[in-house]
Design a protein around this ligand. Structure first.
Ligand code: GLV
Ligand code: MN
Ligand code: MN
Length: 421
């Protein structure tokens, strides 16, 4: 490995060296003692924002929290009020998460600015680090709350949506110290943003197979999510004859298999039921209500839209045949996004500088970059993760890959900051 002074691996590199320790530190901030869970607008979100804010100040940035709860650091450019190259990712996690999804991108970005500051480098453009409030959508079933706020496309109708404890998004924001009436002020004027760059773990197995630590991303798949409820008739498991039952869970199970079949019928689609619950939930009772989530994705928006409407039609047919009612609540829709060619070229140029074979990959997972694409050019870097495992405590990366990723982000940033396209 060559560090930024051109020296060999016996010296510490100028970026990335402290990231693994910081990731461990962040993983201690969790809603639950034994697993990592950090949902938006919780006490732990407050703690993680404060910690990221402290690290961003130490790295040389002016720090503020925006009206949607994103923590933002700004490293001024040579010109006053210059547009910003925004680096970022998210600080929220799924339930029982790994410690790299989101956090790695935030910490790599902070470390890049620290390195610029320590070396006295400033570009004409400012550099900002955005620590987004919610990318996973775990608490309110709608992803990208933070980045959509920044991109000016926050859906105000979500404010009444409730979490599993009956707390509305609006109430959660207020208890976090935000005023939902000011949400619009989180939106950035596109002319104040030069581009958005995000580093993230791959969350898939391709880089490991390619024996590459990093790559450039070409596009991010779109996603649709819904909560579906089957409303049947609860009854005694021993007395109600099989041919008169309105078993909500049996109907839901047919739908689960339908989600799988529908996704398989299309080339570039994936469909998942990740949550299911039956009520009243007793061994000797026919379920009267069953609710489940659907997450459906494709890199082609037209495929996703067609497949999702077929899915809704076919689930309704299952409900009708089984004599149960169906309620479909579409909780989230995000179109796919394409990374800008000029940024991909800069990432690949930086990969070549670092001695890595240029390589490109599309993302099946969602990222804040997809929301940012509505206001600016986007680019993404993927870092290899062990076995492609993610959204699990088994998520793992090596220290060496974390350093390579941060170094690639820094070199890409320097290319973009130093050279106008
Ligand atoms: C976010 O990680 C998603 O793709 O669900
Ligand atoms: Mn993520
Ligand atoms: Mn994730």
């Amino acid at each position: 490995m060559t560090n930024r002074n051109g020296a060999g691996s016996e010296l510490e590199p100028s970026v990335g060296a402290g990231i693994m320790d910081r990731l461990d530190h962040m993983a201690e901030i969790s809603e639950s003692g034994d697993i990592l869970t950090r949902r938006c607008y919780t006490r732990e979100h407050r703690q993680i924002n404060d910690l990221a804010g402290k690290w961003m100040r130490e790295a040389g940035m002016a720090v503020r929290e925006d009206p949607v709860g994103n923590m933002i650091g700004r490293y001024e450019g040579r010109k006053p009020n210059a547009p910003a190259i925004i680096l970022g990712s998210h600080l929220d996690t799924v339930i029982n998460a790994g410690r790299y999804d989101g956090s790695l991108g935030v910490l790599s970005a902070i470390d890049c600015v620290r390195s610029l500051n320590e070396r006295g480098i400033r570009f004409d453009d400012a550099v900002e680090v955005a620590c987004f409030a919610d990318e996973e959508g775990v608490r309110f079933q709608s992803t990208y709350l933070g980045s959509r706020g920044m991109a000016g496309c926050f859906d105000q109708s979500l404010l009444n949506r409730k979490d599993s404890d009956g707390i509305s998004l609006s109430e959660a924001m207020i208890s976090f110290g935000l005023d939902p009436a000011h949400l619009k002020n989180a939106a950035r004027d596109p002319s104040d943003v030069r581009c958005y760059l995000e580093l993230h773990i791959e969350q898939g197995p391709v880089l490991e197979r390619e024996q590459l630590p990093v790559c450039a991303v070409t596009a991010i798949a779109g996603a649709s999510r819904m909560m579906v409820s089957m409303l049947g008739e609860a009854g005694h498991a021993g007395t109600v004859p099989m041919n008169t039952r309105q078993d909500a869970l049996a109907a839901a199970c047919e739908c689960v298999l339908l989600v799988e079949d529908t996704a398989k019928r299309y080339d570039q689609a994936v469909g998942t039921v990740g949550q299911i619950a039956a009520f009243p939930g007793a061994t000797n009772e026919i379920p009267g209500v069953a609710s489940f989530s659907v997450d459906f994705r494709s890199s082609l928006d037209s495929v996703r839209q067609t497949a999702v409407s077929e899915l809704q039609r076919d689930m309704s047919e299952i409900a009708e045949r089984r004599d149960v009612d169906i309620l479909i609540d579409k909780t989230h829709d995000a179109d796919g996004a394409t990374c800008s060619d000029w940024i991909i070229e800069q990432i690949e140029g930086a990969m070549t500088d670092l001695g890595h074979r240029p390589f490109r990959l599309a993302s099946g997972a969602g990222h804040d970059a997809a929301a940012m694409a509505s206001i600016t050019d986007i680019g993404m870097i993927f870092v290899r993760c062990r076995g492609g495992i993610s959204h699990s405590p088994e998520e793992a990366i090596t220290r060496e890959d974390a350093i390579t990723g941060a170094d690639l982000l820094l070199r890409t940033l320097e290319r973009i900051g130093g050279a106008k396209n």
